[in-house]
Design a protein around this ligand. Sequence first.
Ligand SMILES: [Mg+2]
Length: 271
Amino acid sequence: MQDILSPLGLNHIRSFFSHRPLVVFDFDGTLASISSNRDEVHASDLTRALVGRLSQWIPVGVVSGRRLSDLTERFRGMDRVILAGNHGGESPDDSDDSYRQRAVLAAEDVKQFLGELSKIELLQAMPAHVIENKRLSLTFHWRGVDPELVRKWGQEVRRIAAESGNFRMIPGIQSLSVIPRHLSDKGDAVLGLRDAARRTHLVYLGDEETDEDVFRKAAGEAFLGIRVGESGSSAADWYVSSQSEVDRVIEVFLALVAGPTASAVSMSRPA
Ligand SMILES: [Mg+2]
């Protein structure tokens, strides 16, 4: 894994961007820094401006575990940015039948899972904010919850998922996502966006386990995968050291597709 902002990395970006790729971002931890209150997580004005400007030159997408309605709110006024929620299982383009059918099956699975969950006595002890029901998938947020309760609760969640056999469980930062196997993962979703955008080349930035589906599935294609945070276990070839460096990466992209005039955005960055 190498630093994408090193001279070697910048050279690589330069040659890759001559193909005018599709650029896709994860949201939490990539375009926005993570906060203990997930409702308060937001992309900075500079990040939004950079992403918006990039989308005027090349196709840009955001694929997140959040619900599509949540993402749509966050990218209001940025109509060119393609959004996909629920780890890629929820797309604004409902003209795709297989997408729709998978979503119907996933919603059924989630309903069944919640039914099983409601039978657990421990449920009463759990604060309501722990369960994020995204209709097509679930995420449990452990932050601020008694570790003993999290341990017991985690056991029950895993038991229900294992008995049904219909779910993937993906640990996140103080969270656990329960994703129906029917739902397409981020890897399939991002490759689908690339094909829909009729691009040969793809760039993806992400920071967590669900993003590894993209790094793994796109490996071997014309692909530039950048992980936010260096990691020995990631399938990505490149990294940026932290979320705060992502703006710089987008600025590099922008200068290549739009020319030096685009740097007007970065001029307004506070010192
Ligand atoms: Mg993330």
